[in-house]
Design a protein around this ligand. Structure first.
Ligand code: SAM
Length: 481
């Protein structure tokens, strides 16, 4: 039996199976314990003092009690609290990005992913540097400034040198007023040496989904290939942080295992990173398994309803208030709208999940990783967000100003977000409206910017932001606080 130890660097000790089972038992026992539930909700509430707004967050045990609780009034309180925290730290800004698939060659046998090596009829494709340039031009012409690059694991076809060269190519493309200013990377677990190289290449967040925290299921779901090694995969974020990457993104592929187990594991992972490295995950993604080439999501029996999905999002927001939450186009516009309110801070838009998909006129399906539910264009997503009162943000300022890891978290807590992230979001939206928006989107976007500028608390910052916005209108680009 493994002993739970949040500070251990051994996967089976910081994600301890017995501790998760005890947590689930404790949560089940206390799911109607109103006194305890109220105490937990109270602990999670934002507290304001002269230095800013603070949230204590919740431990995996406390959060699991809330997840188990099915008393409608209490669930309603959870949702309200999630909205309150979301507003305190993220305001109405929603960061926008797109995935860029570099290669679907893969040597792993992941049973839920169509890129598994046994799939002989899916088209295999790896972009050349010229093809990457074309993809990036197409993405810049849509208005994107942030990408998440994706690749299968294949040491021969997709070695680290290929990934590094691709990152260089992406940053170098400057088409019209376009630029990719932040490249996040979602590639398989690798060595400290390789994480150092990714850091040197100027990546934003290193993203790696755990898929499932349940070791036995993990081994069955990843029967062959390097990804079969549960400990190597689970300890990847520690190696990434050792390699100097301080923004890491966690995620669970919901549907593979029981959601209560995954939720506890995810929070234990966050607690571990905070405890060992002094900074928790920068983001958490919440993908749900989808239909794909030879993958039928119904064969996995742990699918979750939209209501449970929303509750998980709300509880992640309450439990790790300073961690951004990402939702992809795997989800429909309706589901996305619901969880935006409850805590999601980043969405992808206009995504294509095929290798080389952006340079094609029609959405190709032959190399797709999964079916996209939200098929709207980026402009439609931007227009939709504005209509709902959100500020679509293409901001990349924090990482370019060196505000990563705990320095970003300090900004979050300091109350200076309204004087920093808020104007940055407005300026990047202005760039989008000037360069890429359809007339309808431009009209409502300009109106939103004019209103939101007035909400900047510091008069000097407000004045400067107004000047910058005017400068953007006159053709200058890339201002930031
Ligand atoms: N190969 C890398 C790895 O092993 O982490 C890169 C990640 S892969 C391109 C991106 C993510 O897509 C995976 O981590 C997995 O969670 C998700 N994914 C795979 N198959 C999926 C499916 N059928 N539906 C939804 N998401 C899927």
């Amino acid at each position: 039996m493994d002993m739970y130890n949040v500070k251990s660097l051994k996967a089976e000790e910081f994600i301890c199976h017995e501790e998760i089972l005890d947590t689930l038992e404790y949560a089940e026992k206390n799911k109607h314990n109103i006194k305890l539930i109220d105490e937990i909700l109270d602990k999670a509430k934002p507290v304001k003092n002269e230095k800013g707004t603070f949230c204590a967050g919740l431990t995996h045990r406390e959060a699991s009690v809330l997840l188990a609780c099915d008393i409608p009034e209490k669930v309603e309180e959870m949702y309200k609290l999630a909205e309150e925290i979301k507003l305190a730290f993220y305001g109405n800004r929603i960061v926008i990005f797109a995935p860029l698939y570099l290669s679907n060659y893969c040597v792993n046998g992941c049973v839920y992913c169509p890129y598994h090596y046994k799939n002989k009829h899916i088209c295999r494709k790896k972009l050349t540097q010229e093809e990457i340039e074309k993809e990036v031009i197409a993405l810049q012409d849509m208005g994107h400034k942030r990408l998440a690059i994706e690749a299968g694991e294949d040491p021969v076809n997709n070695p680290i040198e290929y990934i590094l060269e691709s990152i260089k190519t992406i940053y170098a493309v400057k088409h019209k007023n376009g630029a990719i200013r932040r490249v996040n990377v979602n590639i398989a677990a690798t060595t400290v040496e390789n994480y150092k190289k990714l850091k040197e290449a100027g990546i934003g967040t290193y993203i790696l989904f755990q898929e499932t925290y349940h070791k036995d299921s993990y081994l069955k779901l990843h029967p062959t290939g390097p990804k079969h090694d549960y400990a190597y995969h689970t300890e990847a974020m520690d190696r990434a942080m050792q390699g100097g990457i301080d923004d890491v993104g966690l995620g669970v592929l919901f549907g593979l295992e029981l959601y209560k187990y995954e939720f506890a594991g995810l929070l234990m992972h966050a607690e571990h990173l905070e405890s060992v490295h002094g900074v928790g995950p920068h983001t958490i993604s919440v993908p749900r398994i989808k239909h794909a080439d030879d993958i039928d999501p119904d064969v996995f029996d742990n699918g979750i309803s939209d209501d449970i999905f929303a509750k998980i999002c709300a509880l992640i927001r309450i439990s790790v208030p300073y961690t951004g939450m990402i939702i992809s186009t795997r989800e429909s516009p309706e589901v996305r709208e619901k969880v935006l309110r409850l805590g999601v801070s980043q969405v992808s838009g206009g995504s294509r999940t095929s290798v080389g998909g952006y340079a094609e006129q029609e959405r190709p399906h032959d190399t797709e990783q999964f079916d996209v539910s939200d098929q709207r264009t980026l402009d439609e997503v931007v227009g939709w967000l504005v209509e709902k009162g959100y500020i679509p943000s293409f901001c990349t300022a924090c990482y370019r100003e060196g505000r990563t890891g705990d320095r970003f978290m300090s900004l979050c807590k300091s109350g200076q977000i309204q004087n920093c992230c808020h104007p940055n979001a407005l300026m990047t939206l202005k760039e989008y409206l000037e360069d890429y928006a359809q007339p309808g989107t431009k009209k409502i976007g300009e109106y939103l910017i004019a209103n939101e500028l007035e909400k900047i608390p510091n008069p000097k910052v407000k004045e400067t932001a107004k000047n910058y916005i005017e400068n953007i209108h006159e053709g200058k680009r890339d201002f930031r606080f």
